[in-house]
Design a protein around this ligand. Structure first.
Ligand code: ZN
Length: 273
């Protein structure tokens, strides 16, 4: 299939978080001709929200998401999510990514955690809608269930259908190839989602062997995910958004020169995505 449009590449700033703060990441994207950026809230706070807004606008970048809200089992979840919605609004982010959290400490009640997530999203949704910030539920691979008890696209879409039946655009999903590539229902669930529900697409690769459950993601092309195939499923539904590179890599990419990382992202996006 055809190579992806280079203008669809976005940098999730987790990819260079050990080397660069947000100001440098914005400047780096502009310098490398990367048109999208998705910052993390601690980096936005480090730079200052107003400065981050100004710099992303000045660089002409699309903010393809703000990472992250969610963690509905945390004691301060409501205030924190309302603040995150406000920040995403200021940044003009395409969505606020929700990593929904797992079970409260000491609990074994997974079903209870999942209903807490549903209630939590339901309670912040009116605020997100009023602020014009779509909420993107990101299912995480089941090995990270303690960070997110939503683990498949089907589960995330069930939540969307329960809380936003009319597909208002206020609630959808972030499809992260790393978390979802293994799922035999992925193609069918992308079809079910349709373009209205797909608010973000995150890419990287699954290394064999994976040496760390959280921070050993691979650069596109270095692992076993058939990224062009997943992109074809998304595009068939009309998804025309960004392809956001999100690599947590303690042993490799966080140790490299960040300009080399960005150059590699561009090359690999062109050939392996
Ligand atoms: Zn992701």
């Amino acid at each position: 299939m055809a190579s992806p449009d280079p203008a669809r590449l976005s940098l999730n700033t987790a990819t260079i978080r050990k080397q660069w703060g947000l100001a440098e990441a914005i400047e780096g994207c502009a310098r490398h001709g990367i048109r999208g950026i998705s910052p993390w809230r601690d980096q936005v706070a480090g730079m200052g929200l107003a400065k981050a807004v100004e710099a992303t606008r000045a660089a002409g970048l699309t903010v393809t998401g703000l990472c992250r809200g969610g963690f509905f089992s945390a004691p301060n979840w409501r205030d924190d999510n309302l603040r995150a919605i406000e920040e995403a609004h200021e940044l003009g982010a395409s969505c606020l990514v929700l990593v929904v959290g797992g079970m409260p400490q000491g609990s074994k009640d997974l079903a209870g955690a999942r209903s807490q997530v549903r209630d939590g999203i339901g309670s912040i949704l009116p605020h997100a809608r009023a602020a014009g910030v779509p909420l993107a539920i990101e299912p995480l691979h089941p090995m990270q269930v303690e960070r997110a008890c939503v683990n498949t696209l089907e589960q995330a879409l069930d939540l969307c259908d329960a809380l936003d039946e009319r597909k208002s655009g206020a609630l959808g999903v972030a499809v992260d190839a790393y978390h979802l590539w293994w799922d035999p229902k992925l193609e069918a669930q992308i079809r079910r989602a349709g373009a209205e529900r797909i608010l973000a697409y995150h890419i990287c690769d699954w290394l064999v062997p994976t040496r760390d459950l959280l921070n050993d993601r691979g650069m596109m092309g270095d692992g076993v995910i058939d990224l062009p195939r997943i992109r074809s499923w998304l595009e068939r539904e009309g998804y025309a958004g960004f392809h956001e590179v999100e690599i947590f890599s303690e042993r490799d990419w966080w140790k490299r020169d960040p300009d080399e990382v960005l150059t590699t992202c561009k090359e690999r996006h062109a050939h392996f995505c």
